[in-house]
Each structure stands twice: as C-alpha cells, then as structure tokens.
Design a binder for this molecule. Structure first.
Ligand SMILES: *Cc1c(COP(=O)(O)O)cnc(C)c1O
Length: 833
C-alpha cells in the first residue's frame, strides 16, 4: 500500500460501513478498544459455511470429524502467518479470550517447584495484574526506566523461574510499549526469565510481526474478537523453544492425554506431539475456530492489511487529539485533560495507538463527572467507555491517586461505574475514546462537536457572580491571617501541625483527619481522654500522606515505657484491619457518654503499643464505621455548639458580670456532623486573646499557656504589620462568619472549658493555669469559655473546584464578619441568606 490518502480512504470506509455495519446506523462508535463489531459479510460467510458443511467433533475417524481437524489445523497455520510467525518456531493454542491465555501460562509457572517470580509493568491490564496473586514474589514496574534498569542488572535475583509481562499497547491510553524488551531480557538475563506480551489491545489496529523468532516474546496473548468482532475467541502464541515450562503443568483435561489410569493405580501419559494438543483441554470451540477463517478472509477483503488499518487509525487519532486539545472555555481554560504519556505522540504509530483517555474540566477548572458525560453521550448516541478501564496502575498513576486514597474511596462506596466519581477534587476514572478500522473522519468531528456543544463554556454565565472565578484573588488587605492549623488525629493525643504551604482539606466533619481515631478502654469501651490520662499528650500522631500512614510517636517520658517508640497505621480504612466483633454489634466506644460507631483495630501489636505506653488496657479505634459499602459516611454525632447568651448581638460582655437570669432566648442548637471532637467540627482561637490571657497569667507569676492546650484547629492572628498595641482580644466573641482564603466558615458559639486545659502538652504535667485565670476573666453564666466552635460553610456551586476540594493553608488571609456585616460580601451573603 502506497501513501495513505486519508480522504479517499475515508470515503471508501464510509461506503463500506453503510454496507457492512448496518448496526452502527445513528451511532458514533468510539469503543473499538473493546470492540465486538463484526461485518455483515462475515456472518453471512460463516453461516453459509455452517449450513453447507458437516463438522463433527474431532479425534474420530468419521469424515465429518476429519474435516473439522483439517480445517482447525489450517486455520491455526493461517493465524500464525497473520503474525508472520513461522510454524516451525511457534504454536498457537486456542483459548476463550486473552485472559484465558494468560491463565494458561500462569498455571504452568505456578506449578514450578518453588513457584515463580513475576514482574509486570504499571500499564498492565487487570488480567495481567491478577497474576501476582499466584506468584511467590512479584514486582510492579512503575516506569519504563525501572524496566530498563532491571534488564541491565543481568543477575536473576533468585533461583526462581521468572515471568515478565507487559502490554504491547495500553488499553487505557493506547500508548505502545517497546517491543524489544523480550529480546533484551533474553540477552541479558541469566537463568529462566520468560516474557509474556499482552497484544490484546495492539493487534486490533496494528500489525504484530513475530518474524524474528529469536527476539519474539515467549508467550503472546491475543483477543481475536477485538480484531474481527467475531468469533469470541482468544489465542496464546508460544515460542516452541520455551515450551518446557509447561512440562510441570499438573492439570490435564480431556483431549490432552494419551492414556489415564485411575482406580488402583494413578497414572497418565500426556500427549507429546504438539503443545496445543497438550494444552487445549476439552472440546475445542470448533465453530468459533471455523468462524475465524471467515473472519480473517472478510477482514482482509474489506480493509486490506493491518498495516493499512494502522495508518488510517493513526491519522484519525492525531486529528481527534488535536480537536480535543483545541477546545477551550471562553476564559481560556482548557476543556480536556488528556492522559497521554509524555514520550508518545499521536500520529506516530510506533509509540501511540488510536486511543485517547481524558477528563473534562468546567470553566472554573473543576472536574466534570464522568457519569454525567456518559449520560449525555448515551442520549446523543456516542458509544464510549468511562471509569477505571480495567487498568489499575495506569489509571492510578495518571490520576495521581495514592493507594490510601483509592482504598478510602473504596471504603466510602466508590466502585467502578458509580455515579459518584469525583472524590476530594480528583476524578476516580476517565473517559476513553478509541478508533478502529471502520472509524471515519466524521466520527472524529462529530465527537469534538459534541464536546464543544455540551462542555465548552462559550460565555461567562451571568448567574454566577464574578467573584466565583478561581482566578479571583482571596482578600489581600486583610488584617488577620491563619497563624497555624492543627489537627488531633487521635482524640486527646498530641496535635499534628499542618505544615506551612500545605493546602489542607476541610471536610463536613472538620479539618481532614482530625479526630478520626481514638483509644478505647478494653473493659468499658469508653474513649480515653487526657482528663483522666494526661500522658496521652505525649502520644504524637502525624499524618504522612505520601506514605499513606498515620505515624504515632511516643515522646518525652513515654519513651521509657516501651521498647517501640513508633508505629504506623495505614490511612486506608481497610475493613480487614478491624475487629469483626463489632461489625455487626452496635459499637461500644463512647465519647462524652454517647455511643459512637468506632471500629477497633484487631492488631495486637497496635493494642499493646498503646496499652504499654499509657499503662491502661486499650485498643486503637477508628471512626466512623467503615466498609459499610454506602457512599455516605454516616456520622451519628452532631454538634451541640450554640451561641452563648453573652455572644448575642446587643448583649454586654463584661466578664463575670453577666446576669445569670437572662431574658434573652438561648441560641438555637445547630446540628452539624462531627467526628470525635467534643462539640463541633472545628475550634478556632485568637492569638491576641491567648496573648491577653497569658499576660494576665504571667502578671500573677503563672506559666503561660500553649495554644495546644485549647485543642484549637485554627489559630487566627493579627498580621505583623498590625498597629502595635491595637490588638483586639476577644473580638471573636462577636464574629459570626470567617472567610479564610477562599472558604467561608460559620462561628457556632463559644467553647466551654474544663480543667483539661491545664495539662502541659509537652510534659503531661497538670498545672492550675490557665484555668484559674480563665475562670476569673472569662466566666459567663457561671461557665468558662475560650475559643469558638466553627464549621465550614460549603458553597452551593458544585461546579467550582473550591467546592469539590475546599482547602485552607497556614498563612491564608482571614476576614471576620459580624452578623450585620455578612451582607457586605456577595458570596457570603448568598450562602447565609
Ligand atoms: C481487552 C484486553 C485484555 C483482556 O482481554 P480478554 O479477551 O477480555 O480476556 C487484556 N489486555 C489488554 C491490553 C486488553 O486490551
């Protein structure tokens, strides 16, 4: 075939498509990667063959049986030739699909004396990943560079026979991987190292040449239905030089043995002639194999060679890629985020196949739900695929999903195909469009037009106020800022300071990871608190998002109590880590006398670590209930915080002087979900209030209080350039709303204090201060208050990335609003109206 003339070829394809694929009428078919699309002539030819010939079960002397055997052997040969594979050097085993071919190879490796080592590339299809469960040792290669490095290390780590598997083309984004790895591995690796090439995705739009048999993979698997649409058949191509690995395969099925002795003796003789005779267990799918003959003929007549299909689809994919990338919202933001390997190029068939994986973004930069895209596509008759695409490694690395996030998404109810496909501002899947031999330029343009019509924001919508734009600056001339952010991952234990610069997620229940865990008494099930166990202050948890663990360190005098000073617990709420006892039973942990649904960790290492540290028999528990399979994180506890009378507008607030019998109605109880914190999702304190308090304490010769004793999450401070001496301690009593960075918060009322604030957070010693001074200066209605209960106000506009992933950061400017000022800010006004 000479130069590929796209336009005239395309015209020919259009004509052919009308004739051969009537079922495509009215559909834009963009799911060729999983195609089952067959030509009309193929079915007609096959049916004619079936009607005019009698095909018997092989392995008997009848004419019909002989006919079947002859046809099957011819077709085997024809299929080998399609891949330029010399029948002297290769054999073909017919299997149900590519996965069955993989399993056949794996069965042989699993039956090796000490098992086998298994390596697989990140881009592998799920069916290749699953092999690891049968291997003695396994490794996932995160990049091509890792593979290259491993190939160079010529030594074969251990004595085990090894199998290295990878896809010739990623079924996720169509990236084509180097085909010379088999040769290189055979050259440099000593010992028994085999290669398995998964060509299921590649061969539907590309030739595969096994002509240089010395360099070919030992095993190659194919999905024939992905090439021809029909029959539903797969094939395993084996290099004859590598067949000895099958000698140890233990299972035998009908048709693969010469003789079997049962009863008193157990003995069998395997067939020895050809590999396919030894491996094709049971009756062959003879009618499918016969259909394959028709499929190869018709395919060639309609499309010519695989090389021609490759050229056509490569050209179309480059156009599709270009069209998708050119889509921009009116404000300039790109619409499609394409998951392309940086090293591959659309238009270059050596490294890129005709598949594009991407996600859509709205004009604010937020992700568009794939479930929504799929619904619209269905209405408009576009056939495409969305979700995890059976490519766990490729999808996770493209989407930047850490294992703990995937497990947490799983625990939160996310499944392949769910409607709920955006978790904490990250998509959990992608959209895949793939082209095939019968794709046309019109498919490409109509898909790009579809995206433009429904997903490109051409005009700035009037209903959304201009401040909603993410390019909008947060308040700059603010007099307040966030001095620090702290969370208390384990209730009543030490704080974890959010590192400066780290955008920290704000959830409905408070700052991310705040009080997700607690320690519960083994006898009573009650959650332990510093009030009774002050040394809990010396248990220091930290959140390591990179490693996906909660790290717990013992500090100070607690280091003398145990030999282990640190443990790590996975952040993922993997149901297997928890004691099954309370999965069905009403959970027994109690916080502030209320029952909570916490799950205790079953690990005795974890329990004894805490038990030894505190000298009280306890378990680590996690909240909320996990693994329930529902998409909502049921949170049975609700905030009881409310505005105190002294905070009401118009009230005087002279410390200690407010009359007990007050005519003002008490604040309404506000119901907000919380985790294990005592009263509300978030606690905010003011630096200048703390400074004022400490001045008074020091004036009396007492010891200044640290911010941590108040268990604050957010410390708001006046900015450095604030006029000295003009601080406003306790101004927070009158704040009703806060804007922190781009997020809004509501103040729920002052926080009542107890003697727990007297535990020194660095030494775990009990003091009198700051409670004594607080009682003298911050007592209202006989109760002592310091700090403000706070909750996040989620914005209504679910399109905005600020809503999909609300975060705040140390240093964020803060604006405080009194009740009467709320209307000054358009967004806040809209939120609270
Ligand atoms: C489709 C596909 C598979 C699985 O093929 P089956 O025929 O469904 O077993 C494996 N790997 C890749 C790359 C694929 O595209």
């Amino acid at each position: 075939m000479e130069e590929h003339d796209c336009a005239s070829y395309d015209e020919a394809i259009e004509e052919l498509r009308r004739r051969e694929y009537p079922m495509l009428q009215g559909t834009t078919y963009l799911d060729h990667a999983g195609t089952t699309l067959y030509a009309k002539s193929l079915i007609e030819r096959f049916s004619k063959d079936m009607i005019s010939n009698l095909y018997g079960n092989p392995h008997s002397a009848s004419n019909s049986s002989q006919l079947t055997t002859r046809r099957v052997e011819d077709i085997r040969l024809r299929l080998l030739r399609l891949f330029n594979a010399d029948p002297e050097e290769f054999d073909i085993i017919f299997v149900a699909n590519a996965t069955a071919g993989i399993k056949l190879v794996v069965e042989a490796f699993r039956d090796q004396e000490n098992g086998f080592w298994y390596g697989y590339h990140r881009d592998a299809h799920t069916s290749l990943v699953g092999v690891r469960e049968t291997a003695a040792q396994h490794r996932c290669f995160a990049s091509d560079a890792d593979v290259h490095q491993w190939i160079e290390e010529s030594a074969n780590e251990d004595e085990l026979p090894g199998l290295f598997a990878y896809p010739a083309q990623s079924n996720m984004n169509g990236r084509r991987l180097p085909l010379d790895w088999s040769r290189r591995i055979r050259h440099t690796k000593q010992g028994a190292m085999y290669t398995l090439l998964d060509a299921a995705a590649l061969v539907s739009t590309s030739p595969l040449d096994l002509g240089e048999w010395e360099h070919a993979p030992d095993f190659t698997v194919l999905s024939l239905y992905k090439m021809f649409g029909f029959p539903d058949l797969g094939a395993l191509v084996v290099r004859k030089a590598s067949t000895s690995i099958f000698d140890k395969r233990r299972y035998f099925g009908g048709g693969t043995v010469e003789m079997v002795v049962c009863l008193k003796e157990q003995w069998h003789a395997k067939k020895l002639d050809t590999l396919h005779e030894r491996l094709e267990d049971g009756t062959l799918p003879i009618h499918s194999i016969i259909a394959l003959d028709a499929a190869m003929s018709v395919h060639q007549e309609l499309f010519g060679s695989l090389k021609r299909i490759s050229k056509h689809t490569t050209t179309l994919a480059a156009k599709l890629y270009e069209g998708i990338c050119s889509l921009r919202h009116r404000n300039g933001l790109g619409v499609c985020h394409v998951y392309k390997d940086p090293a591959s190029t659309y238009g270059d068939s050596t490294n890129q196949g005709p598949i594009i994986a991407f996600n859509l973004r709205n004009h604010l930069g937020g992700w568009v739900s794939n479930a929504e895209v799929e619904k619209l596509a269905a209405v408009k008759n576009f056939q495409l695929r969305t979700g995890g695409l059976c490519n766990p490694g490729g999808v996770a690395s493209s989407l930047g999903l850490a294992p703990w996030e995937m497990k947490e998404n799983f625990s939160a109810g996310q499944r392949c195909g769910n409607d709920n496909d955006i978790f904490r501002a990250k998509p959990t899947g992608m959209i895949r469009v793939s082209l095939g031999a019968m794709s046309t330029l019109e498919d490409v343009t109509s898909f790009v037009d579809f995206l433009r019509e429904f997903f490109v924001q051409e005009s700035v919508p009037i209903e959304s106020p201009p401040v909603m734009c993410p390019l909008d600056e947060p308040p700059t001339r603010s007099l307040l800022h966030v001095e620090s952010l702290s969370i208390y991952p384990v209730k009543s234990c030490a704080a974890f300071s959010v590192p400066p610069g780290k955008a920290w997620e704000v959830r409905r229940e408070g700052l991310a990871w705040d009080r997700e865990w607690c320690l519960v008494h083994q006898g009573t099930g009650a959650a332990l608190s510093q009030k009774r166990y002050p040394r809990m202050a010396l248990i220091r948890p930290s959140i390591d998002l990179d490693e996906g663990v909660l790290r717990i360190q013992l500090v100070g005098s607690l280091r003398d109590t145990t030999s282990t000073h640190e443990i790590a617990v996975p952040l993922s709420a993997d149901p297997r880590m928890f004691s099954t006892e309370d999965i069905y039973k009403e959970a027994n942990a109690k916080v502030c006398g209320e029952s909570i649904q916490a799950k205790t960790y079953r690990s005795t290492d974890i329990s004894s670590f805490f038990t030894q540290a505190l000298g009280v028999a306890c378990h680590l528990a996690r909240f909320p209930a996990v693994g329930s399979g529902t998409s909502s994180r049921a949170s049975p506890r609700h905030s009881k915080a409310h505005l105190q009378k002294y905070q009401k507008a118009g009230s005087m607030h002279i410390p200690g002087a407010f009359p007990d019998a007050c005519s003002l109605t008490p604040g309404a109880v506000i119901s907000k979900p919380i985790l294990l914190s005592n009263e509300s999702p978030i606690l905010t304190i003011s630096r200048s209030s703390l400074n004022r308090l400490n001045e008074l304490i020091k004036a009396e010769g007492g010891k200044a209080a640290q911010a941590e004793v108040f268990r604050a999450n957010i410390v708001v401070a006046e900015s450095l350039d604030y006029p000295p001496g003009a601080e406003q301690p306790y101004a927070e009593d009158h704040w009703r709303y806060l804007q922190i960075g781009q997020q809004y918060f509501e103040m729920l009322g002052a926080c009542r204090r107890c003697q727990m604030v007297c535990v020194d957070q660095h030494t775990a010693e009990r003091n009198q201060e700051p409670f004594v001074t607080l009682s003298k200066t911050r007592r209202f209605d006989g109760r002592v208050y310091f700090g403000e209960h706070t909750c996040h106000l989620p914005m209504d506009d679910t399109w905005s990335p600020l809503v999909q992933n609300p975060t705040i950061t140390v240093g964020d400017p803060v604006r405080a609003f009194r009740e009467e000022d709320a209307g000054q800010d358009m967004r806040l006004g809209a939120l609270v109206s």
